[in-house]
Design a protein. Structure first.
Length: 82
């Protein structure tokens, strides 16, 4: 599954990410920029008078690959049959 990773700069200069698991996979650049700017303008996540999502920086899709080393369902089944 791909995540939409939106990166912002906070009012105190720190980088902050907002990651969405169930975002459409074909969003246009202008759509995402507009949504990020709306998030910044609303200041709805403001903490102690600091907006953590003050300035939109970039957005990207991130896909994570998990490669098991040991354990999991197959190992549990093998343990049960021994």
């Amino acid at each position: 599954m791909k995540q939409l990773d939106m990166e912002f700069k906070s009012e105190n200069g720190k980088t902050k990410h907002m990651r969405l698991n169930y975002a459409a996979q074909t969003l246009a650049e202008t759509t995402v920029k507009t949504a990020m700017q709306t998030i910044a303008d609303l200041k709805m996540f403001e903490v102690e008078a600091c907006n953590p999502y003050a300035l939109p920086i970039k957005a990207q899709y991130v896909e994570r690959t998990v490669t098991p080393i040991f354990g999991g369902e197959d190992a549990e089944k093998a343990d049960a049959t021994e």
